[in-house]
Design a binder for this molecule. Structure first.
Ligand code: IMP
Ligand code: MG
Length: 173
């Protein structure tokens, strides 16, 4: 595989994003909501860079299979979702590819009547969106490649890598 974004560059961006979010949400009842499983590494770094009182919650979305570029039917599991009524929700996901996951999640979350919902993703793939929404923040825009690391997986492998790498033909077995 080919390294795309270094650990150091990720940490720098996450640090800046955390500071920016802290300024924007100061004095507000913030709940940072991570999307399982891909956001866990990003989520755990980001919440430690937002120097504010905040709550952390989780929601699960699944639709993706292996390295295929077609998303399947989106399934959202809200069993782990804390009470977000009247809270300012910041939804955190690993990557915005076609955008169907983020769009579906935002629709589900709004049913729980939060005061506001915004979204942040670590990565946004260029020229892949199939929806009419955009993430509010994206740390990095990347070319259309299948990437792993820093939470992102290929068949549940590679999530633990501290950097982002693009898989090459030899890695896709
Ligand atoms: P979307 O619904 O097409 O935007 O896909 C979003 C979800 O697909 C993400 O939350 C990821 O779990 C997964 N995904 C999309 N692209 C990649 C990739 O390059 N590597 C790993 N997972 C990906
Ligand atoms: Mg995911």
């Amino acid at each position: 595989m080919k390294r795309l974004i270094s650990e150091e560059d990720i940490q720098k961006e996450v640090d800046q994003l955390g500071k920016r979010l802290a300024a924007e949400y100061r004095g507000k009842p913030l709940t940072v909501l991570g999307v399982l499983t891909g956001s866990i590494v990003f989520l755990s770094d980001l919440i430690r860079r937002i120097d504010l009182p905040l709550r952390v919650g989780l929601i699960q979305a699944s639709s993706y299979r292996g390295a295929t570029t077609r998303p399947g039917e989106l399934t959202v599991n809200t069993e782990l979702l804390p009470d977000i009524r009247d809270r300012e929700v910041l939804l955190v996901d690993d990557i915005f590819d076609t955008g169907h996951t983020l769009k579906g999640l935002l629709e589900v979350i709004r049913r729980y009547q939060p005061r506001s919902v915004r979204s942040v993703v670590l990565l946004k793939k260029q020229g892949r969106s199939e929806v009419d929404i955009e993430p509010d923040y994206a740390c990095f825009v990347i070319p259309d490649a299948f990437v792993v690391g820093y939470g992102l997986d290929y068949n549940d492998d590679y999530r633990h890598l501290p950097y982002i790498a693009a898989l090459e033909d030899d890695d896709l077995k």
